[in-house]
Design a protein around this ligand. Sequence first.
Ligand code: AMP
Ligand code: MG
Length: 408
Amino acid sequence: MNKSDKNLPNLMPIETALTNMLQQCSVIDEYEDVPIINALGRINAIPVKAKVQVPPKDNSAMDGYAFYVDNELPSGTTFSIQGQALAGKPFTQKVKQGHCVRITTGAILPAGTNAVMMQENVKADEQSITLTQDISAGVSVRCAGEDIQYNQEIIASGEKLTSAHLALLASVGEVSVTVFRRIKVAIVMTGDELVQPGNPLQDGQIYESNRFALHGLLQQLNVQIIDFGIIEDSPEKIAEVFTEASEQADIILSCGGVSVGDADFVKHVLNQIGQIDFWKVAIKPGKPFAFGKIKQTLFCGLPGNPVSSYVTFEKLVTPLINKMTGRTSVPTWVLNATCSSPIFKRAGRADFQRGIATQDEHGEFWVTPNGSQGSGIMTSIANANCYILLDEDQTNLPKGSKVKIQLF
Ligand code: AMP
Ligand code: MG
């Protein structure tokens, strides 16, 4: 696999790493009922079947006049107005021959009518109307059950509930929905050099930033975050915090300390208090990655470099968390684009370059890498709008090459 990157032996392909991880995790098998107003972004746990049909009755799609049409009626036909039907205030008599009913949008179609002429297409006075257009049976009528039929499945299990889903649930009269419980994710930043923003920096220190990216990314996955903040590079402290985190969380994410440096204790600690697979994954940025367990709690050790932790979170941790949360269908759209500048790439690792994509007047996408692609260059990702997806074996690409992109 690794012809041109001889100094990086035994890299595990990203798909293999992901398959390994997904095999070792299972869906959190616990549910809760939440009021639908609070259910946005939660994962539906049980297929929802409609207990009513929508709309409940045939009703008018327009403000106008309802009457009976036997097949078709020509412009010039006249009707006497027998009464009115309003939304919420049905007309209860049967409509007589040669008569119509003034009707508003959403009002139940009165017995004996089967079409509605919108008011713009009639000449009307107090007592009667004359059609100014032809009309056929069924026009401007919304039929009972045309949206949702009784007992129809409206939301599958594993769906992430959108605003539209909430409205759909309300439209069939549900007050709550059964969802998977939110998973608990502990996050731990390691590094003696890390300082919380708001404090002055001493020599050798930097502001801790990965935690903020992780909060944002985790919020999008609608999990419960247990934040252990920054801890120093000490095996004892790391062991203490990881142990505590494992008692509270379903999965622990740590940042930093997973390489082979003198202060990289994560692997060592995991070997003592849990079990760990330490991988060099063929992904750029983000080579060092640790995956394991402390008792029943999953563990992912992300690299410390800001871009590496961000990309490994999106490409390796997100699918894992999606599975745990019960989410089943997660669309990932990949688009074709043309490079508007050359792309530099060595064979050996799948590269997720941060790019700036634009769409021209023909709808075609063009893309260029967003500046330096170093794993510490956070501006490369913050000001980009897509990943440029480059396979392991891919080498340099000249301007004009076709590539795959994934919009953020
Ligand atoms: P490490 O993986 O611990 O060797 O860290 C790799 C690089 O990422 C070092 O330059 C660290 O200072 C930096 N780094 C580690 N953790 C963080 C963090 N939470 N926020 C910002 N930079 C970090
Ligand atoms: Mg470190």
